[in-house]
Design a protein around this ligand. Structure first.
Ligand code: ATP
Length: 353
């Protein structure tokens, strides 16, 4: 019996969490789900969208399946997703982007795995409010040390990139590439402009690549976006700092059929949290319109992670079969004759053998 934290989230979170849970249970793997609430409603009650009990549960169980959580807008709330990744040191965000056979709105043959650094960069949460005393001091300091003038009404965000964090994400990408017979690793930065932060990431990636046999190249992030749209089949494993990883993940999700089918994992040395690339999609919440696939495929990644490889494969094959048949799909994949979340989930469960 595996004990796993299930975070319900909000928006479409509870709907897709329930779908994934039903699919995992249908594989026959014995799981004792430790169900945890988080997000906007919890924040109204407890004053924090990510209360300590959620983190404690993951620390105890080591593995979580997490539905999307909305970060309340406004001052004082940092993204729940970012906090989780930083507090549990889930340094590698792994996002496989593979076209499932039969999808009409996808580029055939894409098979890219994204390794996004998860703990630093502009996501580190070091931000200075426009007009505050600290911001004034920072602007003065920058003027004194760099001779650069920043307008006094500016807000400022800091972008830290360390050798340590760059090295461990690039090592993870190479380890994955080698253990899964991938062809190439590509490092992605904007090192021609951010010569220090991105320059360091690029330098470290090149050094790590020397320790491995698998081919390595480097592409600037703007060129990568163009090349991905023109010919995504030339890419294999991509390793990127946090912000570019976020943006390129959505681009790749778009190439392979949209956010509704893009799974992901956040992995550290001690803990792992599996979650879809998409957010809580408040526009379609509570209507039964959400595509459960991204969350179900994230659950399949989770099954692999806990050693239930067979069950993970069964679940993936079931999803692929439902998609290639093209009959029971939610409206993001089949706008002309869509089915509801529950029906697509039931169809996936029917195909689990
Ligand atoms: P958040 O603020 O939590 O990131 P968001 O609405 O800004 O939420 P996403 O939730 O990532 O961003 O989704 C963007 C859009 O993609 C949604 O508005 C929705 O229309 C669509 N979408 C996302 N996930 C799904 C899904 N599982 N099924 C169908 N459509 C989806």
């Amino acid at each position: 019996m595996h004990k796993i934290t299930l975070i319900l989230g909000d928006g479409i979170g509870p709907e897709v969490a329930e779908a994934a849970r039903r699919c995992v249970d249908a594989t026959g793997v014995q799981i004792d789900w430790d169900v945890q609430d988080s997000g906007a409603k919890v924040s109204e009650k407890d004053g924090d969208p990510l209360p300590a009990r959620v983190l404690d549960s993951i620390r105890k169980n080591k593995v979580a399946l997490k539905a999307p959580v909305t970060t309340p807008l406004g001052e004082g709330f940092r993204s729940v997703n970012v906090r989780l990744r930083q507090e549990l040191d889930l340094f590698a965000c792994v996002r496989p982007c593979r076209t499932l056979h039969g999808l009409k709105n996808a580029v055939e043959g894409v098979d890219i795995v994204i390794f996004r650094e998860n703990t630093e960069d502009l996501y580190a949460g070091i931000e200075y409010t426009a007009g505050s005393d600290d911001t004034k001091k920072l602007i003065e300091f920058i003027g004194d040390t760099k001779g650069k003038k920043i307008r006094s009404d500016s807000a400022v965000s800091i972008k830290p990139i360390s050798k340590y964090a760059s090295e461990r994400i690039v090592e993870s990408a190479f380890y994955f590439a080698e253990s899964n017979n991938r062809k190439k690793v590509t490092g992605v930065t904007k090192s021609n402009i951010m010569k220090e932060s991105d320059g360091l990431f690029m330098y470290v990636a090149k050094e790590v690549a020397k320790r491995h046999k698998i081919p390595y190249d480097h592409v600037l992030v703007d060129a990568l976006c163009m090349k991905l749209v023109q010919n995504p089949l030339q890419f294999d494993v991509l390793v990127l700092p946090n912000l570019y990883g976020d943006i390129v993940s959505d681009l790749c999700a778009g190439l392979t059929g949209g956010l509704g089918i893009a799974p992901g994992a956040n992995i550290g040395d001690e803990y792992a949290v599996f979650e879809a690339v998409h957010g809580s999609a408040p526009d379609i919440a509570g209507k039964g319109l959400a595509n459960p696939t991204a969350m179900v495929l994230s659950a399949a990644m989770m099954l692999n992670h806990i050693g239930e490889i067979n069950a993970g494969k069964k679940l993936e094959s079931a999803v692929e079969e439902v998609i290639s048949e093209g009959k029971k799909l939610t409206c993001d994949l089949n706008p002309t004759s869509p089915v509801k979340t529950n029906e697509m989930t039931a169809e996936i469960i029917r195909k689990i053998r």
